[in-house]
Design a protein around this ligand. Sequence first.
Ligand code: NOJ
Length: 718
Amino acid sequence: MSALSQIESLIGEMTLPEKLGQLTMTAAGYAVTGPIIAGDSTEAIKAGTIGNLLNMVGAEHVHEMQRLAVEESRLHIPLLIGYDVVHGHRTVFPVPLAEAGLFDPRVWELTAREAATEAAADGIAMAFAPMLDVARDPRWGRGIEGPGEDPFVGARFAEAKVRGFQGRDLSAPDAIASVAKHYCAYGAVTAGRDYGSVDVSERALREIYLPPFEAAIAAGAVSVMPAFTDIAGVPMTANVRMLQGWLRERLKFSGVIVTDYNAIAELMRHGIAADLPEAAALALAAGVDIDMMSDAYRRGLPIALERGLVNIAQVDAAVRRVLALKLRLGLFADPYRRGATSETAVTLAARRRLAREVASRAIVMLTNPGDVLPLSAALNSLAVIGPLADSSIDMRGPWWGASAEVGHVTVLEGLRASLPGLSIQYSAGVAIDSVDVSGIDAAVDLCRTAQAVILCVGESAAMSGEAACRAHLDLPGRQRDLCEAVLKRAKSHRIPVIVVLFSGRPLIVPWLTEGADAVLAAWFLGSEAGNAVADIVTGRISPGGRTAVSWPRALGQVPIYFGDRPGGRPENPKDRYTSQYLDVPNSPQFPFGHGLTYGRFRLANLRVTPDRAGEGDTIEVRVDVANEGARSAEETVFLFSHDKVASVSRPVLELKGFAKIALAPSENGTVTMRLPAVALRFLGIDLEPVFEPGEVEILVGPCADRSQLLVATINLTP
Ligand code: NOJ
């Protein structure tokens, strides 16, 4: 029987409760982020009235549940089991915001592939990832889960992750379905407050928030999760225009739409449904296939059908999509294929090596003005201070997959392992978030005998991610007291202080970045965090990470991003009546793309050919890069455009490409980037793409700070 007729014959045989079971996803009862459906799920699986699970890990458990579904239920339909495989599963890789800063699609894909392999070995068939929300407001805790502030980066990140999770053949035992989330504009929540309302223009939606999702779908993502939030009053879970119109009709997405946790029931809280049947009907009519954790489809749709709010054809269409996905995943052919073989120690060790390499490359060296880093090999004593120096659990970040609580290498452990000959003394000084300052004196005392201080401060892992927004982006608790005391004492002993800053977002700590001798942004680096930090401070690896978000100088600047439009009165400190603050420049403290290395790079000789280009042409952009420093390092080169005069005011910089080049000391190289001229189209006044003749600036450099960019001009021709 063909796949299609297998599905149709199943649908023909199914009762309404069995159909609604296929449209229901229930938590297995642990590691949940919201309410749990009461009742006995195992009985429901046997009855065929629960068809999908989340938050169940371990091949043994999963196979037992599959056995109930395929052997004991009437129609033998396998379960689909999903999990938040956001940046690793058993092995934790750096958080997505940190990994985005590698600007390396090959690595983005590789870590997703490895995470998928681990998750599949645990019986999982669907990852609620990648998270693709462009995020420009660091108050919002969820920026850490995604690729940062730029839609072009988001799109490249999306493709790589989807390829990584799904592999070449979705039915392979190590491939898992990818859920692009949270569709759409979740990152634009008012005042950076999670679950808040969203109001974005149609242009912002299309230019900023949609491109990563479009790229994910073009790369074959088989599932999409609507955001909890609304856009201009229409919650995404019931947003007919965005789900049916944009996703299904315009983007031709034929996969499965799975809600976020309890989102259908929350349509009542949004105030667009009076009861559960109404909420369920709204979601189904919008094209939502799987109800995660509301139990709205099972309880509400039978009533909605009776009321005539929806019809059975709509139910069948959703069931068809869910069954088609299960078929593509190979679940009908062999529901036990994922988790059938366990991974070898060799594979696990190789994955840890990858995690270490990626983590060290994700570290962003924010400052190092006196070149105190890498540490001198002549050092023989080190003080490691701060509440994040030895906190294994925090190294994982806010999504930890199914990793253990312990065993994630801390900075202290990493330094001790990398520098066995060194005397290393440690004191936390203060807790991450407490008022107790009684440990500060003892911590500061370590400066007496040490030749350098590694000061590990920042946020706990739980201070970013879902439901983790902050209105103050400084160091929590009394860490500032600790830092100031250490900086003062270290100065009096003339020893350098290297700050390792952990956070899920840019922190606004200019007093620290200016007071310390060097600052490393370590985000949350995962299982190999401490080894990665050690690799950088010892100079085994030159830092290469770049920040994928602008770091504000002051909270009043947020939202802050490089792709703003100029306005009619661009900032001019000499003219009061221009777009600026009285008390702080508009520029961020660290621009998008910032990140120092142990090399010293000079970019020169920008060539853009041809200097006239039609829509079908490809523009070649070349720039010479020289490493004038004393160490090998990798430079990241960004390619921006700026359309100077267009029918619609264009952003001052638009990212169009990036590339990397590794150079030894005194080595020169050339970076070549190819830019299809069609990428210089933009959405015209009517929001349709236009290619407008005229001058466009091509800007190339190490970050989004215009003063550091080389500029050439090309002419677009009709
Ligand atoms: C809520 C989060 O918003 C979403 O990202 C996640 O996938 C689900 N919970 C399931 O854990």
